[in-house]
Design a protein around this ligand. Structure first.
Ligand SMILES: Cc1cc2nc3c(=O)[nH]c(=O)nc-3n(C[C@H](O)[C@H](O)[C@H](O)COP(=O)(O)OP(=O)(O)OC[C@H]3O[C@@H](n4cnc5c(N)ncnc54)[C@H](O)[C@@H]3O)c2cc1C
Length: 331
């Protein structure tokens, strides 16, 4: 496994100067072309947040233009990138025959796994500046598949990068690993998306790490349970990603961080499987789960976790507060 890539961020921010100041992104509403992928997910917008077939309504677009106008108005438009705009270098490695069926090197898969979703990431996509796409994207279906991928990657000096929803805003999924590796493989956990077991008495569930927020809640709902963890990226981020980044559910009062909900974890490391014990609570020594919570994928691939749950709320209420001005009173 490789460490997080921070070093290139300043360069990436500098590049944004080449985009016209206050540019708007122009997305043409055309039928989606066929795209080659091993993904089973609805097609993601590889160059920014959301799904490729989701667009702003006319009213939303007018609101965005109005807001942009407040900051001086849009001075240019940038066409949304297409796969064909990128001249990706050929993969530097060929997968072994035993793993070939779960590995992809299509432009869509490589682009979708090349960057996260920070402002700098989106700016680089608009500049068509993707310097480190993964050579391969792996789509394992079991923990044994993950172990086989890591075995091969260790032997072939290929840097392996776990990938959940790809919503990282700190360069965590970017295969910018320096010159010390022969190649890179992004390991996408999307097929490991099931709630495997529910312990109703203890209000806990064993959940696979590649499950997206809505996939988790959909499977818990018939049992009257909820994980009640709602980061703003809930729609396209995963349990494994939440644990690996110590995510905070900003829509949740009382319980905020994912740490509060983790009962035990199972992680495939290059040295084997690390499974922690499921305990209602423990004060005995350092918590082994803390090796994985916040590890950003540097220690292994989290494949599942037992998570503490809550009963689903019976009533729900929400409110928003509108301010007439952005000025701070008294200044
Ligand atoms: C619009 C938007 C809103 C956001 N809102 C919030 C918010 O409210 N709260 C918050 O905390 N964050 C937020 N984020 C940041 C991001 O969504 C979180 O960090 C989230 O936890 C990442 O989950 P993911 O599944 O997308 O992980 P990814 O982006 O795929 O990966 C993140 C890191 O975790 C590692 N990783 C992923 N899966 C695994 C695994 N199974 N095993 C080991 N390592 C793994 C990756 O290698 C990478 O280093 C937001 C981001 C965006 C774009």
């Amino acid at each position: 496994m490789r460490g997080m890539a921070h070093s290139g961020m300043a360069d990436h921010l500098a590049l944004t100067r080449e985009i016209p100041a206050r540019a708007m992104v122009r997305e043409e509403l055309q039928p989606m072309p066929e795209f080659a992928t091993l993904s089973h997910r609805r097609r993601l917008r590889f160059h920014g947040w959301g799904y490729a077939d989701e667009h702003l309504s006319a009213e939303e677009e007018a609101r965005v233009r109005g807001a942009a106008g407040r900051f001086g108005g849009a001075s240019g438009e940038v066409a949304a990138p297409r796969e064909a705009d990128f001249d990706l270098a050929a993969p530097r490695v060929t997968p072994p025959a035993a793993l070939a069926a779960m590995m992809s090197s299509t432009p869509y898969d490589r682009l979708t796994h090349a960057l996260g979703k920070s402002f700098a990431d989106v700016a680089r996509m608009l500049l068509r500046d993707v310097r480190h796409p993964p050579d391969l994207v792996a789509f394992p279906r079991t923990a044994a598949d993950v172990a086989a991928i890591l075995d091969w990657a260790s032997g072939a000096n290929v840097a392996a990068i776990p990938f959940g929803g790809g919503s990282s805003v700190v360069g965590g999924v970017e295969p910018d690993v320096g010159d010390g590796y022969a190649a890179t493989v992004s390991i996408d956990l999307q097929y490991l998306n099931q709630v495997l077991e529910i312990d109703r008495a203890s209000r806990a569930a064993r959940i696979q790490a590649g499950a997206l927020g809505p996939e988790i809640e959909r499977q818990l709902k018939p049992h009257g349970l909820t994980l009640r963890h709602f980061p703003q990226s809930f729609q396209i981020s995963t349990l494994g990603g939440w644990i690996a980044t110590r995510s905070g559910g900003h829509y949740a009062s009382l319980y905020t961080h994912i740490d509060d909900f983790v009962e035990s974890t199972a992680t495939v490391t290059p040295a084997g499987l690390l499974e922690t014990r499921r305990l209602p609570g423990s004060g005995a020594g350092p918590s082994p789960d803390r090796l994985m919570i916040g590890s950003e994928g540097t220690r292994g691939v989290i494949v599942e976790a037992w998570m503490r749950l809550q009963d689903r709320p019976v009533h729900q209420a929400s409110a928003s507060v509108a301010f007439t001005t952005m000025a701070i009173q008294g200044q």
